[in-house]
Design a protein around this ligand. Structure first.
Ligand SMILES: Nc1ncnc2c1ncn2[C@@H]1O[C@H](COP(=O)(O)OP(=O)(O)OP(=O)(O)O)[C@@H](O)[C@H]1O
Ligand SMILES: [Mg+2]
Length: 225
């Protein structure tokens, strides 16, 4: 990739502590669920700007780097960003499948990462929650499941709009991003309750915005080659 977005730390700084944390998350996802493997996962958070999209993109990359086929889906039909992170087009995408194009033909875009494709948002519809909760969305997920080992789904904030809760019922598991020092306890609790109310399976919490002193890691990671 010529101009890799710095948010994609798993590509730009593969030996950084952040990239290492995404590989740990990958391992946890790979072994989550016991007999019922987790193949479709939704990434969400309580509020805006918590780092959902960054977490979804980096987890998708980390899974692809382990030689799994991965489809990253931008189901944020309000503020989609995945196409920008990967230097691709916002259309065609998910909204096209949910509207006219039908659930069978996924307009996937290849990314600079081998084995990782993007299903972008497509054109922003007036009624995202209804589209994401429709039977067509389940059919879209069935189609995607046939085409990849893992489906990683980026979504809007859980507390502000119902889209993520609606999607949570259709996936194998949910990862909740908590931005340290930013998310309020009440908001985080509310997000958890909203997800539990729809019987979502919360796999775990991804902490973003965690401070660290890079000097603590530099020597060790340099030495690891
Ligand atoms: N690892 C990172 N490195 C640099 N910037 C980051 C990183 N993670 C997140 N950011 C920045 O933090 C901001 C919010 O991140 P992101 O877009 O992932 O949040 P979000 O929860 O998806 O937001 P929204 O609610 O709009 O969907 C962005 O400006 C992003 O570039
Ligand atoms: Mg986002």
């Amino acid at each position: 990739m010529t101009d890799t977005d710095p948010t994609l730390v798993t590509l730009t700084h593969p030996r950084s502590p952040a990239a290492e944390a995404y590989r740990t998350l990958r391992t946890n996802v790979q072994f989550a669920g016991g007999e019922q493997a987790v193949r479709t996962m939704l990434i969400t958070s309580a509020g805006p700007d918590d780092g959902k999209s960054a977490a979804a993109a980096n987890l998708a990359i980390a899974l692809a780097q382990a030689d799994h086929s991965v489809i990253l889906v931008d189901s944020d039909l309000r503020r989609p960003v995945q196409h920008r992170l990967f230097g691709l087009q916002s259309q065609p995408g998910l909204a096209d499948m949910l509207a006219g194009a039908g659930p069978d033909a996924a307009p996937l875009q290849a990314t600079a990462v081998p084995k990782l494709s993007l299903l972008a948002s497509g054109p922003l519809p007036p009624n995202p929650a209804e589209l994401l909760g429709s039977a067509r969305m389940s059919a879209v997920l069935d189609t995607l499941r046939e085409q990849a080992d893992y489906i990683v789904i980026d979504s809007p904030p859980t507390v502000l709009v119902t889209d993520a809760a609606v999607l949570a019922t259709q996936v194998d598991g949910v990862l909740l991003v908590l931005s340290l020092g930013k998310v309020k306890r009440e908001m985080a609790r509310k997000a958890k309750t909203l997800l539990e109310n729809v019987s979502a399976r919360i796999l775990g919490v991804v902490v973003s915005n965690a401070p660290y002193d890079a000097r603590d890691f530099r020597d060790y990671y340099a030495a690891s080659g």
